[in-house]
Design a protein around this ligand. Structure first.
Ligand code: AMP
Ligand code: ZN
Length: 468
């Protein structure tokens, strides 16, 4: 049985989708005024694991992720650069998709852009207006939270104690509100800023209404799982619930899952603190995207993840161990008479791997089981006790790991041959002696063998290409 920790109830609950076999999943996407950083990718990679896990359990997952392409920071950048919103956001949106691919994150069915769904937001605001939940002030429209009895349920806060703007995402200039806790559904246009026409005046949507309107369009009024990082719980998701549920009278999502933060030097990685790296920064240092993905998934999603040189190195080493094991398994011959204990050890590891994931996506438990498999099977291979069945079951578990964690392990055929290794070393030696003639000759010979080299600040990487 699958269980998830539901932020809404603060408890672990059995997972049952609304429609058997199908899961509607909404994940809050990036604000595209700069590159997404590794902290953002902790959340996005974990959401991808969630999706892959559900797919591995047989569910058809309908995944929607929004792109926030209008907000205060984007507008400020556009005004400063005398550029359109599109000019500011489109390079970062493109870069975001490239990063998704590099990190092996599956594409959502749709990535709705906020600017392309303003009419949906306007009509949702009108629904709230008709229900008496809004008020206008100086051209802006606000949500009157005192009219929504469930306010504070997700974040577990007493509405009386709430202070709007706690996440730093709310305009400091919203002084025209009746109550500081109310939030903007629609912000009046300011001179020189992008704006849309609406029955309540020219302006632009608030951030929260975007996700309510777009989740409704693509997943319906009620769906299964809504996720984000913990910083999204309040006020963003609390406000999404207030907007959607007041309009429809139905629960927005049944399960709310939130990932803890990625921190560096004891602080949350964030754009505003300036303590962030992007995926590009890490790749430029010679890290593999795959190692980063492994690191991001190696800690349970509800625990804070500390990004350090040591944790990065440990991820690299653990992956290398799995690569070696995958090689060995692919190349070893099974023992004619396998020891049933070897088989039992593989079965036990597989059971623990899957049971850990079923228990609120306990990835660290699942990896623990995988390394138990490596130890036990290596010992069995050493003692020539691993029979064909045990080896096939071990390979099957590695495939499950690859599919769910979205990480490919190096297999035979993907490594360099002895000759290729030697040429690579020859070239490296020649380069360090500044003997560029010899280095180029080695490179040319490798190219003949179908190996393309790329020199990066972190070292030389190679890629096998098809010849002919
Ligand atoms: P943003 O672009 O700021 O709207 O954030 C996109 C997603 O990244 C949201 O789900 C955030 O909760 C998440 N996020 C932001 N910073 C971090 C962090 N340091 N660690 C984990 N997730 C984060
Ligand atoms: Zn959102």
């Amino acid at each position: 049985m699958i269980r998830f920790h539901n932020t809404l109830t603060r408890s672990s609950e059995p997972f049952e989708p609304r429609v058997a076999g199908k899961v509607g999943l909404y994940t809050c996407g990036p604000t595209v005024y700069s590159h997404a950083h590794i902290g953002n990718f902790r959340t996005f990679v974990w959401e991808d694991l969630l999706r892959r896990f559900l797919e591995a359990r047989g569910f058809a997952v309908d995944h929607v992720m929004n792109i926030t392409d209008v907000d205060d920071k984007i507008i400020a950048a556009a005004v400063e650069r005398k550029a359109s919103l599109e000019e500011v956001t489109s390079p970062f949106t493109e870069a975001f998709f490239e990063d998704l691919d590099r990190l092996g994150i599956k594409r959502a069915r749709v990535f709705p852009r906020a600017t392309e769904h303003v009419p949906d937001m306007v009509s949702l605001i009108q629904r709230l207006e008709a229900a008496g939940l809004t008020y206008g002030s100086e051209g802006s429209v606000y949500y009157r939270i005192a009219r929504f009895p469930g306010y504070g349920r997700l974040s577990g806060k007493d509405p009386a104690d709430l202070v709007a703007g706690a996440s730093g995402r709310v305009d400091a200039d919203e002084y025209s509100k009746d109550d500081v806790r109310d939030f903007a559904l629609w912000k009046a246009a300011r001179p020189g800023e992008p704006a849309w026409d609406a029955p309540f005046g020219r302006g632009r949507p608030g951030w929260h209404i975007e996700c309510s309107a777009m989740s409704m369009r693509y997943l319906g009024e009620s769906f299964d799982i809504h996720t984000g990082g913990v910083d999204n719980i309040f006020p963003h998701h609390e406000n999404e619930i207030a907007q959607s549920e007041a309009a429809t009278g139905q629960p927005l999502a049944r399960y709310w899952l939130h990932a803890a933060h990625l921190i560096v030097g004891g602080e949350k990685m964030s754009k505003s603190r300036g303590n962030f790296f992007t995926l590009r920064d890490l790749l430029d240092r010679g890290e593999e995207a795959r190692s980063l993905r492994y690191l991001l998934l190696s800690v349970h999603y509800r625990r804070v993840l500390d990004l350090t040189d040591e944790s990065m190195a440990a991820a690299r080493q653990n992956l290398a161990r799995l690569d070696d094991f995958a090689h060995r398994l692919a190349e070893a011959a099974p023992a004619a008479a396998g020891d049933p204990r070897a088989q039992a050890a593989v079965t036990a590891a597989a059971r623990r791997f899957h049971a850990s994931l079923d228990d609120d996506l306990n990835t660290s438990g699942a990896l623990g089981a995988l390394f138990e498999l490596v130890r036990e099977t290596n010992a069995a291979l050493d003692g020539e006790q691993a029979g064909a069945e045990a080896m096939a079951a071990a390979l099957a578990l590695l495939s499950d790991f690859e599919a769910i964690f979205g990480i490919r392990l190096g297999r035979a055929g993907e490594s360099l041959s002895g000759e290729e290794e030697a040429l690579l070393r020859t070239r490296e030696d020649a380069r360090s002696r500044k003997d560029y003639g010899a280095a180029d000759a080695a490179r040319a010979r490798l190219l003949e063998l179908g190996i393309v080299l790329e020199d990066t600040p972190g070292g030389t990487r190679w890629k096998r290409v098809r010849r002919g």
